[in-house]
Design a protein. Structure first.
Length: 251
């Protein structure tokens, strides 16, 4: 029987997944491949009906061929949390999968996402224009979700978490706030180690990963509009996760 993938770092995009991935790669009990974002479970070019789990096993064995048999295997594809069809595929592949999900203020996450796509050259419109066009542009990708222009929709985390909890027990899902990793990286990594049932190692703080400069700050009136848009969603998250997200509404 093929050795399974043990854990996933699964979103949200632009929230700190790269930092967690790089920290975990230094742990001797873990193996994460050199390539981040394998996009195994959100790969829509695969014939999921015909290929099934055997094809996933072959693909994972390719990326993990150098992994010691005693190591836990993990990978980081942030979109796995957002991609609707991925959750069931992951469950079919390994119902014992553990998840590490880190969430960012959806307001600043959306702007960071837009800034990344502008710098990549995949979007050329203003942030305000993109928000106005998002519903129409995302409709063009139906029945799938849009990978690029989903600036707002990716920030509705409660639906994504409920979908994950529908398939996996909550004890298998660790949900973190981005601020925890930024302000208390050592303690946050210790929580991740406990979640994965591995030993604590000496913490070495690393420089920030994938930090991009901004051409300009988000317009204040746009930020106010997004606070109103996400207000109920943020309250839902507070109730679901027993969090205090007042800082998200004032940032």
């Amino acid at each position: 029987m093929a050795q399974k993938l043990d854990f996933l770092i699964c979103g949200a995009q632009k929230s700190g997944t790269t930092a967690i991935y790089e920290y975990l790669r230094s742990h001797p009990d873990l193996f994460l491949p050199d390539t981040k974002e394998l996009h195994i479970f959100d790969n829509e070019s695969r014939n999921w009906t015909r290929d099934g789990i055997n094809a996933i096993d072959r693909e994972i064995n390719h990326f993990f061929k150098e992994a010691p048999s005693s190591s836990l295997r993990g990978e980081a594809t942030p979109v796995s949390l957002y991609w609707q069809s991925a959750t069931k595929r992951i469950w079919r592949y390994n119902p014992n999968m553990r998840f590490i999900s880190i969430l960012r203020n959806p307001i600043t996450r959306a702007y960071s996402h837009w800034n990344m796509e502008i710098q990549r050259g995949r979007d050329k419109k203003s942030f305000v224009t993109d928000l106005q066009l998002e519903e129409d542009r995302c409709r063009e990708a139906l029945p799938l979700q849009h990978r690029v222009f989903s600036y707002l929709s990716r920030g509705f985390y409660s639906e994504q978490l409920r979908r994950l909890w529908r398939y996996f027990p909550r004890k298998q899902v660790l949900v973190l706030k981005q601020e925890e990793l930024l302000l208390e990286p050592e303690q946050t990594m210790e929580r991740i180690y406990r979640h994965l049932n591995i030993s604590k190692i000496k913490f070495e703080c690393r420089k920030k990963s994938h930090v991009r400069t901004y051409m300009q700050a988000m317009p204040s009136n746009t930020k106010d509009s997004l606070r109103e848009l996400y207000k109920d969603e943020i309250h839902q998250l507070e109730n679901m996760l027993n969090w205090n997200c007042n800082d998200w509404m004032t940032e």
